[in-house]
Design a protein around this ligand. Structure first.
Ligand code: ZN
Length: 290
């Protein structure tokens, strides 16, 4: 049972152990600040799932979180601050339940059956309303102390730049997210001119280059409505900047490409969070299929 909790919609799906989506449904994320109303909406959505032989519940949700999703405070969902999501879902479903950051979930999905399949070390990121990321190194998804590793949206790309939701200045999310682009241009991000598309690509390429130099990988796969909406012009600008920044012997030649999974990516990722929690994910060395 896969659940993707986004700022725009809540999605649920049944995903098989090969990453095939057997059933899916979604509803718009309720506006407002009532934590229980939001959870009730999610529970009602989950209740529409057909009965079946379900082994685990996996969840992708925006960061940050503490204790590996025991409490979540997604920046894009003000209704939940320190919300005990994992425990509440486990109680509701009676299933072993695992919660992770939605961009980390996407990283698992892309390595499982997407654009990073067969690659041992890579970055997956989303450039959308916000900017998120997840990093796999040596076939292991990085977690960090409380599950927040990979938050590339808060790497600084413009010194003393725009104020970020995190309180910092000049973070990638504050400069290159859809929200930031709309604030900079005064128009919806989708209507950005060529110069702003190129700037967005350059900033993403700059951040990816810094992280590639730090962590030693040669592939970044990028999804999200902003990156995919801008398409070739965005990716060309990002690659050119990455070429300028990733110049060490081990990072030179790093590539930035669109994600391989389409709209199913978030649900496949949420399922991967569940399978990983149960020790059943191919590209992690503990998995029985590896
Ligand atoms: Zn920030």
């Amino acid at each position: 049972l896969a659940i993707d909790i986004g700022g725009t919609k809540l999605a649920a799906g049944l995903v098989d152990d090969r990453g095939g989506v057997r059933w899916r449904a979604s509803v718009p994320t309720p506006r407002g600040t009532d934590a229980e109303a939001l959870f009730s909406c999610l529970a009602a959505l989950m209740a529409t799932a057909p009965s079946g032989d379900v082994m685990v519940c996996g969840v992708g949700v925006g960061g940050p979180m503490v204790a590996d999703g025991e409490q979540v405070s997604p920046l894009n969902i003000p209704a939940w601050r320190d919300f005990p999501l994992r425990g509440r879902l486990a109680q509701l479903t009676g299933l072993p339940t695992f919660v992770d950051n939605d961009a980390k979930a996407l990283a698992l999905a892309e390595g499982w059956r997407g654009g990073a399949a067969g690659v041992d070390s890579y970055l997956a990121m989303v450039v959308s309303t916000g900017v998120g990321g997840g990093i796999v190194l040596n076939r292991r998804l990085l977690d960090g102390a409380e599950g927040n590793a990979g938050h590339i949206g808060h790497v600084v790309v413009v010194p003393d730049g725009r104020l970020c939701r995190c309180g910092g200045r000049g973070c990638l999310e504050a400069e290159a997210s859809g929200t930031a682009i709309a604030a900079i241009s005064g128009r919806p991000a989708a209507e950005a001119d060529a110069a702003l598309v190129a700037r967005t690509g350059r900033l993403v390429g700059q951040a990816v280059g810094s992280v590639a130099n730090l962590l030693d990988f040669k592939l970044a796969v990028v999804g999200g409505s902003v990156a995919l909406g801008y398409g070739a012009a965005f990716f060309a600008a990002a690659q050119a900047q990455l070429d300028r920044g990733a110049t060490l012997p081990y990072s030179r030649g790093a590539r930035i490409r669109p994600v391989g999974l389409g709209p199913d990516g978030p649900l496949v990722g949420a399922a991967a969070v569940g399978f990983r929690g149960r020790g059943h994910l191919a590209f992690e060395p503990t998995g029985p299929w590896g």
